[in-house]
Design a protein around this ligand. Structure first.
Ligand code: AMP
Length: 113
């Protein structure tokens, strides 16, 4: 499958991996939008959140837990951080393998751009 995030999960292309377990991988975004910008992905290929099913409930909860742990480990959990999931083109999704952006280390604005 020609998916860049599957290739990162399979170690076919390099990434700065900050966390890994049997179901998930987290790595630094190549084009960070804040001092901390980590992507948390499932190893299972799911193109968008629209393809998430009830079978994935535990997996999605697991990704949230990892995101919180990464924020805590980076010392930004109490200051605040943002988790973003883009879905399809108007939201700016560019990689069709679901991923949580975990972004922090600076003040965030709302509404997002
Ligand atoms: P999205 O636009 O929500 O699909 O986010 C895709 C993200 O993946 C962007 O923030 C990119 O900078 C990031 N990205 C794309 N290719 C790589 C890569 N090889 N390693 C790390 N991050 C990447």
């Amino acid at each position: 499958m020609d998916c860049i995030f599957c290739k990162i999960a399979n170690k076919e292309i390099p990434a700065k991996i900050v966390y890994e377990d049997a179901q998930a991988v987290a790595f630094e975004d190549l084009n960070p939008q804040a001092p901390m910008h980590v992507l948390v992905i499932p190893k299972k290929h799911i193109p968008t959140i629209l393809e998430v099913t009830g079978e994935d409930n535990a997996l999605v909860g697991h990704l949230f837990q990892i995101a919180g742990r990464i924020a805590t480990d980076n010392g930004i959990a109490q200051r605040g951080f943002r988790m973003v999931i883009n879905c399809n083109s108007e939201a700016g999704q560019s990689v069709y393998h679901i991923h949580l952006h975990v972004i922090g280390g600076r003040a965030m604005h709302w509404p997002p751009g």
